[in-house]
Design a protein around this ligand. Sequence first.
Ligand code: TXA
Ligand code: MG
Length: 320
Amino acid sequence: MNKTGIDIDFAAECIQKGGLVVFPTETVYGLGANALNPLAVAKIFETKERPTFDPLIVHISDIGQLNELYEFPINNIVYKLAEKFWPGPLTIVYRKNKNISGIVTADLDTVAVRMPSHPVALSFITACKYPIAAPSANKFGRLSPTHHTHVLKQKMNIDYLLKGDNGIMGIESTVVFVDNNSCIILRPGIITLEQIKEVVSEVKFAEKKYINLPSPGLLKSHYSPRKPLYFIEKEDNSFSENTGLILHFRKASTINAGRIIYTSEANILVEVAANIFMALHKMEDDKNISEIYIEKVIEKGLGIAIMDRLKKACFQYSKT
Ligand code: TXA
Ligand code: MG
């Protein structure tokens, strides 16, 4: 029987005993284990049913923990980014301390670290007294959970589910790689390139050829609902009664479809980001819906991260 609740001390005890705890962060729920206990970390992969090992993000609650995770001396850019964006949805990949097990980092010589800002996450990590390795708390290739019920429906083998459904933004963190004096965005997220530029002058998106990592987050197909998902194209305007529509703007004209969910009334991107996984989960669970159509957003600012996730979710059904 999985245990679900708000008992932070019990959650920390589970971690200290080498167990798995799902906990809320301000982006999505994470599936956590003690990052310094390779056996506990291995259980994450077993529970997630990941076909290959993928490097995990290590979550901290205190900047001092960087010393046991990154190689010394730590580049000043790392500190600049941490000072500006932590606690918050920025993950910094940097050369790792030799003590970090290969199972956390998929044997790369770097490690990804972030300090989440969700108050439950911060209290939990502090209580654990260990850095917490955690991917998003979904089975491999499935939608990321933004509500504790999304975690429950995946029936994962965990020791505790720490609840905290308020304040979840719904898109995973921005992942940046810091090397020498530059900063490369490996995964777009809540924090935009423009925001990062305010602290680091040299920042760019990774070119595809640069990315040669065993990382599903970077694959073309990922984060998919278990029903066909398509983008709405301009010419689509009539849908069957088994079609679910996800829209980001309330239109004056009537649209026929089985069900319509609005992520925002007026295309406000933070609202779209916060509600998009929730909308996909609802359509996935709705027995009357057999296919889903979703509107695109403009690929600017936060829209880049939203479209990145949606393209991956739609990939296997893409009509082009
Ligand atoms: O918002 C988030 O980042 C959530 C919450 C739980 O913190 N976590 C999350 O974890 O999305 P996950 O495992 O689903 O995605 C982590 C991404 C993957 O694309 C992985 O390949 C990349 O980070 N990553 C982790 N370590 C890396 C490394 N050393 N080098 C390059 N990419 C890395
Ligand atoms: Mg994930």
